[in-house]
Design a protein. Structure first.
Lengths: 164, 741
């Protein structure tokens, strides 16, 4: 068997869904692959690996990023939040997760973790003022099943709850 | 939906597996992370066709962490799985990595396996091949395409030419005629979940986790390829991240992964990249349709001729079934259908949502619109005037056809009566050209053999283990609602296992037969369960008390069902992992699902950008098994129709072969901002002649006709008829400026 030592490695610490993580990463490794293949955090999904579909969307220090285009080394010292980090300690759903269920804003569910993380950012950014605005600011997240109408309704419902 | 007894709470109709999907708890096949996992990445051919003369894997093998590089030189000892439409199990009959022949650009030439995904990716890029190239063809117009008449090549009854009456004479005699050719590009399903699998061996048995619509084909096809007993293959697919036909049979990577996992003695995972995906598995073939229609002066359609050709590979014949549906749209007494293969050098094309019905009906319903205008009739009235209750092909009645009701209800919801007939006559306040278009759609109803195993337990729960795959259509919701309504229990007390060969055969879920087939088996099992529990044949059941009364802690029953007219031979076929479908022609009747779409487009006059602010669709799918997921299915079908009419085309380069726009950036699918208001309604009349609980298919009919309604709306907005999809800005610009693409 060949040696398994990668050529370029960096050690880093970060927090994933509030849990401290210390890990040695290959400098070519994406945050998405770190989460999925090393840390077993598989909510973020790989749909293109090129930042074109949004299925891998996570929050980095509260800001939405596509984790497939985010080098893992870049998260040193950062807080990473994925869809797994949204529910409360007793499993109570975040209002946006509940709204996705109530408005059937999903079908196969594969893009859903990314949609929800983008939806949260859309709300936090103040881009959920009306349906058209949500459509525009949620257009980085593809849904091949075509659940867009439900996604808009879900984000808008939470925006109204929050009085935005 | 049957009304609920007053003493029961209203049934919760929300999607039953939504919680897992919104929390990230749902585990898709490549979410698995077994111990000691290795990663596979393919290297692919860079010529359109030819032969490998040199293959150098030394640099790849030297990358730290690389465990294995499999090529045809390694004698994988794999048999062909056979093509799924040729009595086999595979997306195609050709298994790459077995010899030095390259049949199409993008064909796998090596599979690299390494400790990490990074090492495997790096190494795959270092595989070097030298080829002896050969000429190839990749478009319908390329020299070297071989054309074959379908009935002459495959003399099977369901692929025969369609001849009803004497269409040629009736057409020649018709006073009003349309003769036009419509082009439909190749398209790619692009489910969000990439094709991929996690595979390992457990003793003599191989375990495959892959998002699929057909676990049975993976099981039996892999057994055939490896030369092992199907009992030594286990396939698990609880969640498929979108299928749309692309995941409907055994993929070409499974057998090489099984070989790699066996040689290494470790689990191996492969996720096919989006770019490779365009070359790795099936796609919607390009097709060309010549439609000739004739009508009398009163707007009665007299004759239709539908000649169609579509692409297939050199090594498989993907059949054409376009005219089966276009012959049923209207009561046209004289119909002729001719279908032709065009063989060329790509991987084998296959099924993509409404595989034949979307392209065929786009062509036919565009031509009907042209004919309506030629006959000076309103396109809605013209369609209503040509309705039928009798299947013109068989002369037997349709078991249900509420298409006229779909049209009338849709027209009312849409406000069709305010439409002005003359093209380019309606404008929005912002100056945009407004167009309103209508089209109908149909989809054949089928049923396949299905088995259900129900377990009622003393805690009042019902466990359902059944044939079927969940790929977003909501099969768990349909099952849970049927059980909950039947027994009068909470939907949350129903546990469902689908997509798992350990509990059932897992016949292919496709062709919109999934819900009807699965619910048929569950319904039969419920009847059996009531017998075993000794309860009435109807009405609520106290499951806990009924189970306790038997003196056991649980009661289990099994039921196997067949489609109308099917026999034990069909059931055995299904048990072998083969496709065993019945329909749409049954003894004494034919069954189709029906839909009417009304589309508004707005064309910005300077840029010619087309927007679709609203769509109204009314479907006749029999009983609506699950209202929430059904409405989502139809909305999804509309989105697909918008993508197909305005965005999606697989582009090929005749000089190099392969697919050029092989990414989600360059193969644009609809995004959220492309979609306006979607108003969906159902007729909801159960079809009890076809099905024990009245269910017909829905997933695919929802897309059928949308593209024609969009194109007809663009015509109404601009006065320009577009006969090639997708309709892009440059097409509308070319029309308005008089140049051509």
């Amino acid at each position: 068997m060949a040696a398994t030592e990668p050529a370029y490695e960096v050690e880093l610490s970060c927090a994933v869904n509030g849990e401290p993580v210390h890990v040695r990463v290959d400098t070519r490794e994406s945050l998405l692959d770190l989460l999925r293949e090393r840390l077993g955090v598989t909510g973020p999904k790989k749909g293109c690996d090129h930042g074109q579909c949004g299925a891998c969307t996570v929050h980095l220090d509260g800001r939405r990023v596509v984790s497939c285009l985010t080098p893992a080394v870049q998260v040193a010292g950062a807080d990473v939040t994925t869809v797994e980090g949204l529910a409360g300690p007793d499993g109570e759903l975040h209002p946006l997760q509940q709204a996705f269920i109530d408005h059937d804003a999903l079908q196969c569910g594969y893009c859903t973790p990314g949609q929800i993380m983008s939806g949260l950012a859309c709300l936090a950014e103040g881009h959920a003022g009306d349906d058209d605005q949500v459509r525009e600011y949620m257009s980085g997240n593809l849904c091949r099943c075509g659940a867009y109408a439900g996604i808009v309704a879900a984000v808008r419902a939470v925006a109204e709850q929050q009085g935005r | 939906m049957s009304p609920q007894p007053a003493d029961l709470p209203p049934v919760d109709t929300r999607r039953v597996d939504a919680r897992e999907k919104v929390t990230g708890a749902a585990r898709y096949a490549t979410d698995l992370l077994p111990d000691d996992l290795a990663y596979a990445v393919p290297a692919t051919a860079t010529v359109g066709r030819g032969r490998i003369t040199e293959l150098d894997t030394s640099a790849a093998a030297a990358v730290p962490g690389v465990l294995l590089v499999l090529t045809h030189l390694d004698h994988l000892d794999l048999r062909s799985p056979g093509f799924v439409m040729g009595g086999g199990y595979g997306v195609q009959s050709l298994q790459p990595l077995l010899d030095d022949q390259i049949a199409y650009r993008g064909q796998a030439i090596a599979l690299v396996v390494a400790e990490t995904l990074i090492a495997a990716t790096q190494a795959a890029n270092l595989v070097r091949a030298v080829y002896e190239p050969e000429p190839f063809a990749v478009t319908l117009d390329s020299p070297g395409v071989e054309r074959l008449s379908q009935p002459a090549t495959i003399p099977l009854p369901f692929l025969a030419d369609l001849d009803v009456g004497d269409a040629e004479s009736a057409y020649a005699a018709a006073p009003v005629r349309v003769d036009a050719v419509y082009d439909q590009p190749a398209q790619h399903q692009n489910p969000m979940e990439l094709i991929g699998a996690t595979v390992w061996w457990h003793g003599d048995s191989v375990v495959v986790h892959e998002g699929t619509q057909n676990a049975a084909a993976i099981r039996h096809g892999l057994a055939r390829q490896l030369g092992i007993d199907p009992d030594h293959v286990e396939v698990v697919s609880p969640y498929t991240g979108g299928g749309f036909g692309q995941k409907n049979s055994l993929q070409i990577h499974i057998a090489p992964l099984a070989v790699a996992a066996r040689r290494l003695g470790r689990p191996v995972k492969l996720v096919v990249s989006r770019t490779q995906l365009f070359h790795h598995t099936s796609f919607r073939p390009a097709s060309r349709h010549r439609i000739r229609l004739g009508a009398d002066e009163h707007g009665r359609m007299l004759a239709a001729l539908h000649d169609v050709e579509h692409q297939t590979s050199r090594f498989d014949l993907f059949p054409l079934m376009y005219t089966e549906t276009t012959a049923r749209l209207y009561g046209i007494g004289d119909f002729r259908g001719r279908q032709t293969f065009a063989r060329m050098d790509t991987q084998t094309p296959g099924f993509m949502r409404a595989p034949f019905e979307h392209p065929g009906v786009f062509a036919f319903e565009s031509a009907v619109d042209e004919l309506a205008y030629a006959a000076h009739r309103d396109p809605l009235e013209f369609r209503l005037a040509n309705d039928t209750t009798v299947d013109p092909v068989t002369g037997e009645p349709f078991s249900s056809r509420h298409l006229a009701q779909c049209l009338r209800r849709g027209a009312k919801r849409f406000g069709w009566s305010a439409r002005q007939q003359r093209p380019a006559s309606m404008r929005a306040d912002d100056g945009s050209l407004v167009g309103w278009g209508v089209a109908v759609g149909a989809y054949p109803a089928s049923i396949v053999p299905s088995a259900a195993h129900l377990v009622a337990t003393a805690d009042g729960r019902i466990r359902v283990e059944v044939d079927g795959h969940e790929m977003g259509q909501g099969i768990r919701s349909s099952i849970a609602l049927l059980v909950a309504e039947n027994l009068g229990i909470d939907v949350r007390h129903v546990d469902i296992v689908v997509g798992d060969t350990r509990v059932a055969t897992q016949h292919l879920t496709a062709g919109s037969w999934g819900t009807a087939s699965t619910l048929g088996a569950v319904h039969a099992a419920l009847r059996e369960l009531r017998k075993q529990l000794g309860t009435e044949i109807n009405g609520p059941v106290d499951v806990t008390a009924a189970v306790a009364a038997t003196g056991h802690d649980h009661v289990e029953v099994r039921a196997e069902t067949l489609g109308p007219g099917q026999t034990e031979q069909d059931a055995e076929h299904a048990r072998q992992g083969l496709v065993a479908l019945s329909g749409p022609e049954f003894t004494g009747y034919s069954t189709f699902s029906w839909i009417a779409h009304f589309v508004e487009v707005r064309v910005e006059p300077t840029t010619c950008r087309i927007r679709v602010p609203r769509v109204v669709s009314v479907a006749d799918c029999g009983r609506v098994a699950s209202p929430v997921t059904a409405a989502s299915q139809v909305r999804g079908g509309i989105v697909w129709g918008i993508g197909a009419s305005l965005r999606e085309a697989g582009e090929v380069d005749p000089r190099y072969g392969g697919w050029l726009n092989a990414s989600l950036e360059e193969y644009p699918v609809p995004v959220n901002a492309d979609i306006g208001t979607l108003d969906v309604d159902f007729i909801g009349e159960p079809d009890l002649r076809f099905h024990p609980v009245g269910v017909k298919g829905l997933g695919e009919v929802s897309m059928v006709g949308v593209a024609a309604a969009v194109a007809n709306a663009v015509y109404h907005a601009t006065g320009l008829r577009h006969r090639r999809l997708p309709i892009r800005i440059e097409d509308v610009l070319a029309g308005t400026t008089g140049s051509s693409r």
